[in-house]
Design a protein around this ligand. Structure first.
Ligand SMILES: NC(=O)c1ccc[n+]([C@@H]2O[C@H](COP(=O)([O-])OP(=O)(O)OC[C@H]3O[C@@H](n4cnc5c(N)ncnc54)[C@H](OP(=O)(O)O)[C@@H]3O)[C@@H](O)[C@H]2O)c1
Length: 198
C-alpha cells in the first residue's frame, strides 16, 4: 500500500519591502503596518488565514537576537508574556548574549554553527516544517549549508532605502525556482523552491 509521505521543509517565510529589506532603519516595521492598514478587511482576513494555515504546519522556529528583541519590545512581552505570538512551538534564538526570557515561552538560546541548531529543530519539529523567521544573515547561515528548501515572500508596496537585508547572499535562477506568484490588494506573494549546485 502506497502512503503519501510529506517531507518536512525548512522555509524562510517573511514580509519584505520592494527593495529587499525586512525592516527599515532603526528596525522600523512602519512600512508593514502601513500596508496592512491600507489593505481591505477581506484581504487582511485572508492573509491572516493564510498565515494560520502556514503556521499549523510549523514544528520549530528560529530567529536572530535582533528579531527576538524587537518582538519582545514591540509586544511588551516581559510585562505580558501571554502575548508571545508563537504558542508552544519550540523557538531557537541565536545570540552571543544573555537575553531576557519571556516567561512560559518555549525559547532556547543557541550560538555558533547553525547545522547543530537545524538538527535539533528538525527533531523537535517531529515531521513538521522548520520556519526561519529571520533576519537575513541568520537565513544566510542556513543557506550556506544548503539547508533552506523554500523562500516565501509577501512583498509590500514600499521601499525602505536601508535597513535589515532580506537575504545577503548570492543566489541565482539556477538555485531559485519560482513555484507560486499571486497578489491581493496590497502584497505580492512569491514562492521559490531552493536547490543547491556544488
Ligand atoms: N518583515 C518581517 O516579516 C520580518 C521578519 C524577520 C525580522 N524582521 C525584522 O528585521 C530585523 C532583523 O534584524 P537583523 O537581520 O539585523 O538581525 P537578526 O538576524 O534578527 O539578529 C542578528 C543577531 O543575531 C545574533 N546571531 C546571528 N547568528 C548567530 C549565530 N550563529 N550565533 C550566535 N548569535 C547569532 C547576533 O546577535 P548577538 O551576537 O548580539 O547576540 C546578531 O547580531 C529586525 O528588526 C526584525 O524585527 C522583520
Amino acid at each position: 500500500v502506497w502512503q503519501a509521505v510529506v517531507v518536512p521543509k525548512t522555509q524562510y517565510y517573511t514580509a519584505t519591502t520592494l527593495d529587499g529589506y525586512l525592516a527599515g532603519p532603526g528596525n522600523s516595521l512602519d512600512w508593514l503596518l502601513a500596508a496592512e492598514e491600507r489593505s481591505g478587511s477581506e484581504a487582511n482576513a485572508a492573509r491572516g488565514r493564510a498565515f494560520t494555515a502556514f503556521f499549523e504546519q510549523v514544528g520549530a522556529i528560529v530567529m536572530g537576537a535582533t528579531t527576538y528583541e524587537s518582538i519582545v519590545d514591540r509586544e511588551g512581552l516581559l510585562a505580558e508574556p501571554a502575548r508571545w505570538p508563537y504558542g508552544q512551538v519550540p523557538c531557537w534564538v541565536l545570540t552571543h548574549r544573555r537575553l531576557p526570557v519571556v516567561s512560559g515561552a518555549p525559547v532556547s538560546f543557541a550560538a555558533g554553527d547553525v547545522a547543530a541548531v537545524h538538527k535539533e529543530m528538525t527533531e523537535a519539529a517531529g515531521g513538521r516544517n522548520v520556519w526561519l523567521v529571520g533576519g537575513g544573515e541568520v537565513v544566510g547561515q542556513f543557506a550556506d549549508l544548503g539547508l533552506v528548501d523554500e523562500i516565501i515572500l509577501a512583498v509590500a508596496p514600499a521601499t525602505a532605502g536601508a535597513g535589515a537585508p532580506l537575504l545577503p547572499r548570492v543566489l541565482g535562477p539556477a538555485e531559485l525556482s519560482l513555484t507560486a506568484c499571486r497578489h491581493d490588494d496590497m502584497f505580492v506573494y512569491l514562492s521559490y523552491a531552493v536547490s543547491y549546485h556544488a
